[in-house]
Design a protein around this ligand. Structure first.
Ligand code: SF4
Ligand code: SF4
Ligand code: SF4
Length: 408
């Protein structure tokens, strides 16, 4: 019998269904309420926010939507929040989804995991569980989450899942307050726990367009310095570049705005049943409370997906897009305009490409390319990075304010 890895199977399936536009992957945010109060969070509300609770889909509405997404061909589902377990009936919703045969990933902070929750997950095993670790020490973890006692609860949650052999991965978000513990987190997770670990340093504004998370965002130089400290990470970026760098569109043409899998193979649903192309993109939503998933997918999201770019920007023919997180959702959140390049992302991408000796062909009026206003500064940062002199400091809050303020 011919066998193949799960990754190869998944890639093959996604390629096949992309041609037919099948919604194989979905993200459902069950709540934005959470017992923690992380300063970098892009969406959380207090756990006892009654109005938020009242607006959340009911159990019956979740079941109806699950029936519809399974009928439409969904195979992979991500449940996220807020904190998924802040909803008392989350395990009921989850179990219903399991009965539909979906492969389910759970994103949680781990603090509300009890022996009963963990036992239930043994009985109804998820495809994967991911817990975010905010620090290696109690002091750092709780400085980020703002809640005393949360570190011990998270560690207990991890223990409960590990004792039961559940498929757990840990990850972190690198912000100004925890980078000094990042490598110790990695060592702890990989060596002491024997689990997979990854981290992300790319923060976005909140979905309500508040810029508060950006106050703890690392500078572009610090983001790239972290890349360079990990040879495995550098090798992964190089592999990624070899595979995906290159122009997304024919230069000078205005093609479709979106170039990702959103609304081609994937969709997102927020706690109140608003469906969109992805969790970050809040501009165009379809209300699943007043219409069916099929209608939303086949008509509404297809229309969103076919949105045309209105203008040529420096991103249009950029060949280092794979080094960059710029996409319409990020433009929308940070600049109030899906087509407006996010300066932070652009600087990270150019620095990353420079440090990895990747070609950066001209791509219009780009301040970080040769001749651009920011090129000399970028070269100074590069020199500083290659001398090992990167400083991990706060992003310039004045610059942040000038960019996105009040546009949503
Ligand atoms: S645990 Fe997650 S959802 Fe809760 S506040 Fe922190 S980042 Fe936000
Ligand atoms: S933001 Fe900059 S690096 Fe990113 S795609 Fe646009 S031009 Fe390229
Ligand atoms: S975050 Fe950006 S790239 Fe990802 S699905 Fe949304 S629009 Fe597409």
């Amino acid at each position: 019998m011919k066998t193949e890895s799960y990754a190869a199977f998944s890639l093959r399936l996604h390629q096949r269904v992309a041609a037919q536009r099948v919604p194989v992957g979905g993200t459902i945010e069950v709540t934005r309420r959470c017992p923690l109060a992380c300063i970098h969070c892009y969406c959380n509300l207090p756990i006892d926010d009654q109005e938020a609770r009242r607006n959340e889909l009911t159990y019956a509405e979740h079941c109806r939507i699950l029936d519809e997404i399974a009928d439409a061909g969904c195979m992979w589902l991500l449940y996220t929040g807020g904190e998924i377990l802040a909803r008392k009936d989350f395990l009921d919703i989850y179990t219903y989804a399991k009965r539909k045969g979906l492969l389910i990933t759970l994103f949680t902070n781990g603090t509300l995991i009890t022996p009963e929750v963990a036992d239930h997950l043994v009985q109804w095993r998820p495809f994967s569980i991911e817990i975010t670790l905010y620090g290696r020490t109690r002091e750092t973890y709780e400085r980020l989450t703002g809640v005393a006692g949360s570190f011990d609860k998270c560690m207990r949650g991890i223990d409960l899942l590990m004792e039961r052999g559940l498929p757990l991965k840990l990850k972190s978000v690198a912000v100004t307050g925890n980078t000094h513990e990042l490598w110790e987190m990695k060592r702890f997770v990989e060596e002491d726990l024997g689990l997979e670990f990854r981290f992300d340093a790319m923060m976005s504004p909140r979905v309500d367009c508040s810029l508060s998370p950006l106050a703890v965002r690392l500078t572009p130089e610090a983001v790239v310095a972290l890349d360079l400290q990990d040879p495995k990470r550098v090798a992964e970026w190089k592999r990624f570049a070899a595979r995906f760098n290159g122009p997304a569109r024919v230069p000078e043409s205005c093609g479709e705005l979106y170039n990702c899998g959103g609304a081609v193979t994937s969709f997102a649903i927020d706690p109140a049943g608003k469906m969109s192309l992805c969790s970050l993109s809040q501009r165009d939503t379809y209300d699943l409370r007043s219409g069916s998933f099929r209608e939303g997918w086949e008509r509404f999201l297809l229309g969103v997906r076919r949105t045309k770019s209105t203008r040529v920007t420096k991103c249009t023919a950029c060949e280092i897009r794979a080094m960059c997180g710029m996409c319409p959702a990020n433009g929308e959140l940070e600049n109030g305009d899906p087509e407006s390049p996010v300066d932070f992302l652009c600087r990270v991408a150019h620095l990353r490409a420079q440090t990895m000796y990747l070609a950066i062909p001209p791509h219009g009026e780009c301040e970080y390319c040769e001749g651009g206003a920011g090129h000399d500064g970028l070269m100074q940062s590069l020199a500083s990075l290659s001398n090992g002199g990167a400083r991990i400091v706060r992003a310039d809050s004045e610059r942040v304010k000038l960019k996105g303020g009040g546009q949503c």
